[in-house]
Ligand binder design. Structure first.
Ligand SMILES: Cc1cc2nc3c(=O)[nH]c(=O)nc-3n(C[C@H](O)[C@H](O)[C@H](O)COP(=O)(O)OP(=O)(O)OC[C@H]3O[C@@H](n4cnc5c(N)ncnc54)[C@H](O)[C@@H]3O)c2cc1C
Length: 391
């Protein structure tokens, strides 16, 4: 794979939503950074993403909200349909900004906001250590090269090596898998704007249009065996999707049948337990984590990506305060490390309760989707309504 070396002020590992957003947040404060990504090019795993008000607020602060709104579909109502008992329920979103968009549009907009040569592809970091003398982070790459960073931000997703270096408890496997894709209807889909969720047994199928021609669809299977896996091949994911969707109305099954082959993905959901987030080390010295690397959660609330965008904005603000003083020449390197350390304490203080709460809500929503016990679901709904409801 590619290589990278040198001494850097700020290295961000991972060019996903959070890594790009963090680099952009810093750039907008006049601070340069380097983003190191192991893939060979920009890529968006997953077909589309729903963003709630908090995410749009963050995107506006990053300067990409207006462009992305033009490509996103506003969702006013989510219709829940049970094929088991025929019940239908509507959740209205008229009072909040809730939109979905193609993931690659989001990733591209964040990337386009960055100065050239900020993101370096083909850089696979295999180990992160701390230099005992300088306290800087030392990054080892798969080709043997080495780079150092005064400040290291791990936006390296669910299997983060930066989280591991902070000794955060490992993420956990869930029993839920998600298959998804995009289907194009050249003559228009005619489904209107509504987001529909249909449930039959332990399978939930979602249909979420983006504009007049494109539809994002997904299938949640909430009781997967521990060792369940599907190879990454789109044809095999399509076969699995068609099998799971049997017995659903034809307009739902045809979504998977006609889906764009290169848009198929399968994800076995992992999560960081809310209590591990509450109690874990989210930073050490000038090293921290953001996005899924910190708080990967299931998709049951549609908040993982938006929480990563929030992280980016807060990190940008906290680090800018610390580094501003240094650019004025008021602090030497050692004092900078101290100031950045304090800035990261502030960042973690601001984020910990917020992401623990979102993660707990997501966890409870996941339990609600999986349970078939009326008592358990009543209890979960009571807790959600009493303690948390809106994000
Ligand atoms: C099925 C599903 C549906 C979802 N729906 C929504 C939704 O509707 N709304 C929402 O807000 N969120 C949603 N989420 C959550 C959202 O997708 C994630 O929270 C978000 O994509 C995480 O972005 P990230 O940048 O933190 O991590 P990632 O996207 O995982 O990016 C990490 C990057 O780091 C790179 N990397 C990893 N390790 C290394 C290494 N050692 N060296 C170099 N590079 C490395 C990876 O290649 C990758 O590019 C959903 C998640 C799933 C699974």
């Amino acid at each position: 794979m590619g290589s990278y070396s040198g001494d850097n002020d700020i290295i961000i590992i991972g060019a996903g939503i959070c890594g790009l957003a963090t680099a952009l947040a810093l750039h907008r404060k006049g601070i340069g950074s380097v983003v190191l990504e192991r893939a060979d090019s920009l890529r968006a795993s997953g077909a589309a993403i729903d963003i709630h008000t908090n995410g749009w607020r963050a995107l506006d602060q990053l300067g990409v909200g207006p462009t992305l709104r033009e490509k996103a579909n506003r969702i006013y109502v989510v219709r829940h349909v049970s094929l088991d008992n025929g019940m239908t329920r509507e959740v209205l979103y008229g009072n909040e900004e809730y939109r979905n968009l193609v993931r690659s549009d989001l990733i591209q907009a964040l990337f386009d906001g960055l100065p050239p040569r900020t993101v370096h592809f083909g850089c696979h970091i295999v180990q992160v250590k701390t230099d005992p003398v300088t306290s800087q982070s030392v990054l080892h790459f798969d080709d043997g090269s080495v780079a150092t960073a005064k400040i290291l931000i791990g936006c390296d997703g669910v299997n983060s090596i930066v989280a591991e270096s902070l000794k955060l408890k490992p993420t956990r496997s869930s029993h839920t898998g998600v298959l998804q894709g995009l289907t194009n209807y050249p003559n228009g889909h005619g489904f209107g704007n509504d987001f529909i969720l249909m449930k039959k047994g332990h399978v939930i199928v979602g249909r979420n249009p983006i504009g007049n021609k494109l539809v994002h669809w997904f299938i949640f299977q909430t009781r997967l065996p521990e060792d369940y896996g599907i190879s990454g091949k789109p044809e095999i994911i399509r076969e699995a999707a068609l099998e799971l969707i049997k017995g659903f109305p034809p307009e739902m099954t045809e979504l998977a049948e006609n889906s764009l082959l290169d848009s198929f993905t399968f994800t076995k959901i992992r999560y960081r337990a809310p209590w591990d987030l509450l109690l874990g080390n989210l930073h050490r010295g000038t090293v921290t984590v953001a996005g899924d690397a910190m708080h990967v959660m299931g998709p049951f609330l549609g908040q993982g990506g938006a929480a990563g965008l929030e992280d980016a904005v807060v990190l940008g603000r906290c680090l800018a305060k610390a580094m501003q003083m240094d650019r004025n020449g008021d602090y030497d390197g050692k004092q900078l490390a101290t100031r950045v350390g304090l800035a990261l304490v502030e960042y973690v203080k601001e984020r910990r309760m917020r992401v623990t709460r979102l993660s707990m809500q997501t966890y409870l929503n996941g339990l609600l989707m999986a349970t078939s016990s009326g008592f358990t679901s009543g209890l979960i709904v009571f807790v959600l309504k009493t303690i948390w409801w809106r994000t």
